[in-house]
Design a protein around this ligand. Structure first.
Ligand SMILES: Cc1cc2nc3c(=O)[nH]c(=O)nc-3n(C[C@H](O)[C@H](O)[C@H](O)COP(=O)(O)O)c2cc1C
Length: 155
């Protein structure tokens, strides 16, 4: 097996442009969430989406315990939100307005371009991350542009 240095791996994979989502949930201590770009549509019928939280994620166990989550697709101009939900130790919901999603009660963040309210369908360990398969229960979108992440920059 060839050994690929982590920095080189990150540099090359960063050439793939993605959107940024904040996965939110409702924990016993209140709302929780983290920024994710490993998000994808998986299936139309049934409607399934997926994302990959690291085994080191502090928010993922809370999402898993609740069994449901909301995918918030960030809009252009929301890079401060992307950074906030990627900052360890930050009080991420202190200054963020949100409404509860209809099924999970998980936060729909103000100003997002789209959201999907999901229940966890399956969890599969994949290397140092888990693959979380979610079944969509409700969704909606605005007609705003998305936030794009490419080579470490937001646009
Ligand atoms: C643009 C962007 C994309 C990210 N994508 C992922 C991802 O797909 N999976 C992941 O585990 N962490 C990802 N992160 C890192 C987490 O957001 C970060 O480690 C965060 O502090 C985790 O919070 P938690 O420990 O509360 O779960 C991403 C961060 C950014 C800024």
């Amino acid at each position: 097996m060839p050994v690929i240095p982590a920095a080189e791996y990150r540099r090359v994979l960063g050439h793939f442009p993605t959107g940024v989502v904040v996965i939110t949930t409702l924990g016993p201590q209140g709302p929780a969430g983290l920024s994710i770009n490993s998000f994808t549509s998986v299936s139309l019928d049934p409607p399934l989406i997926g994302f990959f939280p690291a085994h080191t994620s502090g928010s993922w166990p809370t999402i898993r315990r609740h069994g449901a989550f909301c995918v918030n697709i960030l809009a252009a101009g929301q890079e401060d939100v992307a950074r906030l939900f990627a900052t360890p130790g930050a009080d991420r919901f202190a200054d963020v307005a949100w409404l509860p999603a209809p099924h999970s009660g998980a936060p729909i963040l103000e100003g997002v371009t789209a959201w999907l309210d999901c229940v966890i369908e399956a969890v599969t360990p994949t290397g140092d991350h888990d693959f979380v398969l979610g079944r969509v229960q409700a969704l909606d979108a605005a007609s705003t542009n998305p936030l794009i992440y490419h080579r470490g920059l937001y646009m």
